[in-house]
Design a protein. Structure first.
Length: 284
């Protein structure tokens, strides 16, 4: 009998168990370095513009190398869409694509490394995206990435429960009728009324904990708790600016997804490079 993904609940539990085991293994590598907490700056719209401008400059300078590595984003998105359409998981198609915002900061860690090397005047090629594997804080980076994976799985499980509670188990299994049901029926409106705010909360949690944490771990000898606390402090000191940055990321991902996800090969690198430069402006 062919192997299938099965019930999303049982699949999610298995994924959470595996992720928890990996986090425990990575946590043993975190060490006790980095007892000091970096200072954070107040940043504004001008800093966001500068970060985006520098991110675009990095992409322009490295585009032949970056695009090769960045093709994984539209390929991964296409696989998620295929999974939703071919495993009777159509109600999860949007949550799966929206999950890019939850795993994107971890998936872009190689881009942060490329921007770091270019800023330092070092030669940069697509292979340097894997330089993070040699980082002395790779264990902390891996643990944080797996933590975001756990949040992604929790989001998918939550979206599944919301879909079941509002649309029912007999939701349409083809795209046209499903979209019609979502947009024109009370059940579809209920699903959006509950699902969108819940998804927003997941996105806020990831935004706060990852705004600068991954670049900080690459750049300085700090531990995972310090990196996450510093990221939260940046968000707390600059709530409007970080909220605007989250909006920029969300709009960018939507734009990148519209032309059959191909645009993600450009949007994700630009946002990744810009995140590095935002970190450089936000942390002393």
């Amino acid at each position: 009998m062919a192997t299938t993904i099965g019930n999303p609940l049982s699949w999610g539990v298995r994924m959470l168990g595996a992720a928890g085991h990996d986090i425990g293994a990575a946590a043993r590598e975190l060490g006790s370095e980095g007892s000091g907490v970096p200072e954070v700056r107040r940043i504004g719209v001008a800093d966001l513009r500068a970060a985006l401008r520098l991110g675009i400059a990095d992409f322009a300078a490295l585009r032949s190398d970056v695009i090769v590595a960045a093709l994984i984003y539209p390929i991964a998105g296409a696989c998620l869409v295929w999974l939703a359409f071919h495993r009777d998981l159509l109600p999860l198609a949007f949550p799966l694509l929206a999950g890019f915002a939850l795993v994107g900061p971890a998936a872009a860690v190689g881009l942060y490394e490329m921007s770091r090397r270019r800023e330092a005047g070092e030669p940069v090629g697509w292979g340097d995206a894997f330089g993070v594997l040699r980082s002395p804080r790779f264990g902390a980076i891996l643990a944080l990435a797996l933590g975001h994976l756990v949040l992604f799985v929790l989001w998918i499980l939550t979206a599944h429960l919301i879909s079941q509670a509002t649309m029912g188990a007999a939701a349409p299994t083809s795209a046209g009728p499903f979209l019609t049901a979502v947009l024109t029926t009370p059940e579809g409106w209920s699903m959006m009324a509950v699902g969108l705010p819940v998804g927003f909360l997941f996105a806020c949690l990831v935004l706060m904990t990852s705004a600068v944490s991954f670049p900080l771990l690459l750049d300085r000898p700090v531990g995972l708790p310090v990196a996450v606390v510093t990221s939260v402090r940046v968000a707390r000191e600059n709530p409007a600016t970080i909220a605007l940055w989250g909006l920029v990321v969300a709009v960018g991902l939507v734009i990148g997804s519209l032309p059959l996800l191909v645009g993600l090969a450009v949007v994700m690198p630009v946002l990744g490079h810009a995140t590095w430069h935002l970190y450089r402006r936000a942390v002393v």
